[in-house]
Design a protein around this ligand. Structure first.
Ligand code: GLN
Ligand code: ZN
Length: 760
């Protein structure tokens, strides 16, 4: 029977109670045997399949499950284990698999990096001349398991060869074609074995097709898919793209596959335009990714049905697959347990399980007519409308202020060159001033104090007294170390976004909204559901207290608007840009409150600025423009003498250096120690003419660097940067470090600065 099918692209691994994470961590801690881990994982995997089966989804993905990361799985499947892990061929043992992810004695872990523009991180495969082989047909095993254990005709999911190789490292670009030729037969074998086994649909993920590709890339992709089709002509391949629209649409739809999956959440305009303009081949299914796989909100189902209707003259309903825009691994498992949230908000949430319901509903509407789901449609409509109509989304004050952005000051009253002179005479800092990035060690004691306070065991007064005691200790320590610009230490904060979210209007916090960030690490992003508004000073008390203890300047410490935005789940009824401005205006109130209270050095961290960059280069400018504007809205109303600092945790700097300069922060500190060379290189090509501190030691390691080592780092930096603008600081915040190593490292850092001052 020909009808529209509902399809899922991937299900979260972590489990509703994070049982996946718990099992892994118990195993790593030696509390679980390998066989127990394997059987728990199997149980979790089967449960996830059962949930999807019960939801009524037609095509249930298999092989999307993993013990750590799906890129790592693919590398392991091909036996791509770097030499340092002592692997000797055959199926990769769990010990080597985890060693690649986490490192082992004497063998550093493989690199980890962001999965496209998401907050998920994958393990980067290292090729380095290794001879790939098919050590196990993992998709086949997953297919068999679902069929034999649960009678599910699963849809195996695998990362396509083009994306896999493009995301790998350890080869020269000129060898790319050779490599591709080596991998294609392995993929061909996987597919032909699946075909023999009786598999119907197979989903091949090629998100790389949604980035900017060249015609030459496209020729290679055509070669790959021709070969794969020849290897398994009866298998139905769904070539799945996501995270943006595809540029080379016309070529992509002619590839010899039976389905093309497009993202109609993040690439809506362009993908629909292409479809209407160029049509869609009559022999293929269209995977309509119309439920946002990265957002947590219920969909406007009417709008989705209208979209399907618009597309239907080009692709008849019976050739559609109704699916999420990408794997649901980017959203929490279920909203069913969010009973602590206000009802209106809770009703408007859709996590993975609720999204499956939406997919099934939309598919029914298409197959049986919208009347078949009239009641559910009405319920969903009401939930969305109620939240939209709620006071939290209709804050007149915030909206009118935000709408007057163009009239808001977003420039300091004088340019940096002039501010520099007045700031120098005000602050009177030594040559090469020393400072830190903000946080000091969050010891067990600090974490326990917070627990006591949260559980009500400690009163507010008790907790505040404890925080003050920490501040006192660390101000004294910083004075003893003879740092020039001090910080209060951030002891009152668990997390640099949550802390602010809890104090601003428009934010909510879920009980169980966890998503995987990397490996077993999960994060629970705040939810920005309403208009964001400043309600009360957030950091003034602690900062003013710290300042009262010392004659040296104490920097106020804030998180910037773009980082708050990029590390939250953001409402989807207004543009992200608008939300960024709302946050910026709220932060401006905090900046002004600090300044009024006499705190006249203020750092606003933007470690996540780069993370929000769109996938396609052509879209960067727009994002960077509004991001820079948001930062400036938040920081530009201060006096000339007030010194604005910012901090970023990455060194790929060169391609956004103009925007970073445009932030117009008086001082920026950036991470460098891990890829010093790269950053130095960017300063050889671009000038940076504001204050700048390059991390002179790596805070990610407990090792205490020597004075000499740091002197050498400073030497190298000063070869390309103006010494008069240079600051000396560690790479990043010190909250994850131990107390003793922190003190020892800072002592050496200050000694290095002094040695340098004496030399020059
Ligand atoms: N001020 C923050 C800290 O020191 C900065 C953290 C970050 O850059 N991620 O912890
Ligand atoms: Zn940092």
């Amino acid at each position: 029977m020909n009808r529209a099918l509902s399809s899922n692209l991937g299900y979260p691994r972590i489990g509703g109670g994070r049982e996946w994470k718990k099992a892994l961590e118990a195993f790593w801690a030696g509390k679980l045997q390998e066989t127990e881990l394997v059987s728990r994982m199997e149980e979790i995997r089967l449960n996830h399949l059962r949930t999807q089966q019960a939801s009524g989804i037609d095509l249930i993905p298999v092989n999307d499950f993993t013990f750590y990361d799906h890129m790592l799985d693919t590398a392991a499947m091909f036996g791509l284990v770097p030499g340092r892990f002592g692997y000797e061929g055959g199926e990769v043992p769990l010990s080597a698999y985890f060693a690649m992810a986490r490192g082992s004695e004497g063998a550093p872990a493989c690199e980890m990096t962001k999965w496209f523009n998401t907050n998920y991180h994958y393990i980067v495969p290292e090729l380095n001349g290794a001879e790939p082989q098919l050590t196990v047909n993992k998709p086949l095993l997953a297919y068999r398991e679902a069929k034999l254990r649960l009678g599910i005709e699963g849809k195996p999911v695998l990362i396509g060869p083009y994306t896999f190789l493009k995301l790998s490292k350890g080869y020269k670009t000129e060898h790319f074609d050779k490599l591709l030729e080596r991998f294609v037969p392995l993929y061909a074998r996987i597919l032909s074995e699946l075909e023999q086994e009786g598999a119907q649909w197979v989903q091949i993920d090629e998100p790389i097709l949604a980035t900017s590709l060249t015609e030459a890339d496209m020729e290679r992709v055509a070669f790959v898919y021709k070969k794969l089709h020849e290897a398994a002509p009866r298998l139905k391949l769904m070539l799945q793209t996501y995270f943006d629209a595809v540029d080379l649409y016309e070529q992509i739809v002619t590839l010899p596959v039976q389905g093309i999956g497009l993202d109609f959440a993040h690439g809506l305009d362009k993908n629909s335009e292409h479809l209407l303009q160029y049509g869609f081949p009559a022999d293929k299914r269209l995977g309509v990714g119309l439920i946002d796989g990265r957002g947590i909100w219920r969909s406007d189902l009417d709008a989705r049905l209208r979209l399907l209707h618009t597309l239907s003259p080009i692709v008849p309903y019976e050739r559609m697959m109704i699916q999420p825009s990408c794997s649901l691994l980017h959203v929490p498992v279920t909203a069913a347990h969010e009973t602590k949230l206000e009802r209106t908000l809770r009703n408007a949430l859709a996590f993975a399980n609720e999204k499956l319901e939406e997919l099934v509903l939309l598919t029914r509407a298409v197959n049986e007519g919208p009347a078949a789901i009239a009641a559910e449609l009405e319920q969903s409509r009401q939930a969305v409308q109620e939240l939209n109509a709620s006071p939290s989304r209709n804050n007149e004050r915030v909206q009118s202020e935000t709408s007057r952005i163009a009239l808001q000051p977003s420039e300091r009253s004088r340019p940096f060159a002039e501010r520099r002179a007045v700031q120098q005479s005000k602050w009177n800092l030594p040559f090469l001033p020393t400072t830190t990035i903000g946080s000091f060690p969050q010891t067990l004691e600090v974490r326990q104090a917070r627990k006591h306070w949260r559980s009500g065991e400690w009163s507010q007064e008790q907790y505040e007294a404890f925080i003050r005691e920490q501040i006192r200790t660390w101000i004294a320590l910083q004075e003893e170390l003879d740092l020039d610009v001090l910080v209060h230490g951030e002891f009152e904060r668990t997390d640099m976004v949550e802390f602010f979210g809890e104090k601003l209007d428009g934010f909510a916090f879920t009980s169980n909204g966890w998503v995987q960030s990397y490996g077993s690490r999960c994060v629970k992003p705040p939810v920005i559901y309403g208009d964001v508004e400043f309600t009360k000073p957030m950091t003034v008390d602690e900062t003013v207290y710290a300042q009262s203890l010392t004659a040296k300047p104490v920097k106020g410490m804030l998180t910037g608007p773009i980082t708050i935005l990029n590390w939250s789940f953001v409402r989807d009824d207004i543009p992200r840009e608008t939300v960024a401005y709302q946050i910026a205006l709220a932060l401006r109130r905090e900046v002004e409150a600090l300044e009024r209270a006499g705190v006249e050095m203020i750092q606003m961290d933007e470690p996540a600025l780069r993370e929000g960059l769109p996938l396609k280069r052509e879209d960067w400018q727009k994002y960077l423009e509004w991001s820079v504007l948001a930062f400036r809205l938040a920081t530009s109303t201060v006096k000339d003498t007030t010194q604005i600092h910012t901090h970023m945790c990455y060194c790929e700097f060169h391609d956004i250096i103009d925007s970073i300069r445009a932030l117009d922060a008086d001082v920026i500190s950036i991470e460098t120690s891990r890829s010093h060379g790269e950053l130095m290189h960017s300063f050889e090509e671009h000038t940076y003419d504001h204050g700048i501190g390059l991390g002179v030691y790596d805070i990610h390691s407990p090792r205490v660097p020597s004075v000499d080592e740091m002197v050498r780092m400073i030497d190298r930096a000063l070869a390309v940067l103006d010494p008069e603008l240079f600051w000396i600081n560690p790479d990043c915040g010190l909250k994850t470090r131990g107390v003793d190593e922190t003190i020892a490292a800072l002592r050496n850092m200050v000694a290095a600065a002094k040695q340098y001052r004496e030399q020059s």
